[in-house]
Design a protein around this ligand. Structure first.
Ligand code: SF4
Ligand code: MG
Length: 329
């Protein structure tokens, strides 16, 4: 069952009169109810912008985000917008920067309750906050303190409690563990997993590294320079990556077995990611792709379902264009 349907979503920023930054440039994917969809790519590929545009923190330049079948970017009344804001929440990479340092933890967590009028009395408010603190592994004493009194992991727990306060269906977690010590990362991941089970939450989990999303994601989308290169279940993506970019990302992750590690072929990416202000024509990855063909500079690859539920945007898998490649095989 689809919870979200993202259709040809674009988010462009005007840099100055002549330059447009095409941060997200036409991505399409679905997010199913109760799943974790991992969105992966190098920094600057547009994944955070995509997450924010899906939540309507940014207005879309074009495209649709259908949530429970309704386009969140269509014109809405204040009341309808409030309903969306309640159902969709965000957890940020840097919990410190996203928590107001002058507010007590209690008030930070209760902000959504107040805005949406979800509690009727002070006593009820305190009770709800204490429940939320407990849910994320903190206790009621923590409510009267300030964000700076907590460790990074605890601050991320506060951020999670704040997101949960309004009982959302869907949470965008933008690199929620990247800023944390490795020893703390697993704890926060386990907390997110437990909350998902208990509350039937759906996550969009953003990360810059495929190894980070492997264990938490049901399905994964790989972004490159504002476009979607590949979408598959976690298992399929790790076992049989199709897109040369995904193959390169995976071959950069060291394997635990040194024997296998030494003998395998690596795809080393040459050059830097081009600017999203002036992306390459055709396939965006062609300037770094070891398999680039002539057609790659002329035709933008469409996402095709190469195997059931395994989508890839690359001409190598498109029989209209891959003759040159097949001839070499
Ligand atoms: Fe490489 Fe061409 Fe495929 Fe792009 S479309 S990933 S350049 S082979
Ligand atoms: Mg980011």
């Amino acid at each position: 069952e689809k919870l979200l349907e993202i259709k040809n979503l674009q988010k462009h920023f005007n840099i100055d009169r002549n330059n447009v930054l095409r941060a997200v440039d036409g991505i399409s994917f679905d997010i199913y109810k109760g799943e974790t969809f991992g969105l992966v790519g190098e920094s600057g590929c547009g994944k955070s912008t995509a997450g924010r545009t899906i939540l309507r923190l940014y207005e879309a330049t074009a495209g649709e985000v259908n949530f429970h079948g309704e386009n969140v970017h269509a014109k809405k009344s204040k009341k309808e917008l409030k309903k969306f804001n309640r159902s969709m929440q965000m957890i940020f990479q840097d919990p410190y920067a996203s928590l107001n340092p002058r507010m007590t933890v209690k008030d930070i967590i209760a902000e959504g309750l107040d805005i949406h009028g979800l509690v009727k009395s002070k006593a009820e408010r305190t009770k709800r906050v204490n429940e939320l603190l407990e849910t994320v592994g903190l206790n009621s004493d923590h409510g009267n303190r300030y964000p700076h009194e907590f460790s990074g992991g605890q601050r991320q727990r506060i951020g999670i409690a704040r997101a949960l306060a309004v009982n959302p269906d869907f949470i965008v977690a933008d690199e929620p563990i990247s800023a944390l010590d490795v020893s703390i990362q697993a704890q926060v991941v386990n907390l997110l997993k437990r909350l998902q089970k208990e509350r039937g939450l759906t996550y969009l989990f953003i990360a810059h590294d495929l190894s980070m999303v492997k264990h938490i994601s049901d399905r994964v989308g790989v972004m490159y320079l504002g476009s979607m290169a590949e979408i598959a279940s976690s298992e399929m993506l790790y076992e049989e990556p199709l897109h040369p970019y995904t193959q390169a990302l995976l071959s950069a992750i060291p394997l635990p077995d040194p024997e296998v590690e030494r003998s395998r072929e690596r795809i080393i990416l040459e050059g830097d990611v081009p600017s999203p202000i002036n992306p390459p024509s055709g396939c965006r990855f062609r300037t770094r792709c070891p398999f680039a063909m002539e057609v790659c500079g002329k035709v933008t690859p469409e996402s095709i379902e190469h195997k059931p539920e395994h989508w890839v945007a690359c001409h190598l898998y498109d029989d209209r264009y891959n003759e040159e490649y097949k001839a070499k095989q």
